[in-house]
Design a protein around this ligand. Structure first.
Ligand SMILES: [Zn+2]
Length: 72
């Protein structure tokens, strides 16, 4: 019998290998994930090469709805 994990949707959204803002070294995964308002999620990245810490904010669309650009 096999169990399947159903609650990993949010984990799949975690960005990987974000380049360090200071030295450019790819960071495998964020140190901290902080859900913000609405669809914003803050990620705290720590570079282990230069010890630089920075925050990046991502905004996720809840539904995959594409809005056509408005013609001016
Ligand atoms: Zn760095």
């Amino acid at each position: 019998m096999m169990k399947s994990t159903m609650a990993k949707a949010h984990v799949d959204r975690v960005p990987r290998n974000n380049p360090c803002a200071q030295c450019g070294t790819p960071i495998p995964q964020p140190d901290w994930i902080e859900p913000g308002e609405g669809r914003r999620v803050s990620y705290l990245w720590t570079c282990h090469a230069c010890n630089y810490r920075f925050e990046a904010v991502a905004i996720f669309a809840h539904e995959a709805v594409e809005h056509p650009p408005l013609a001016a």
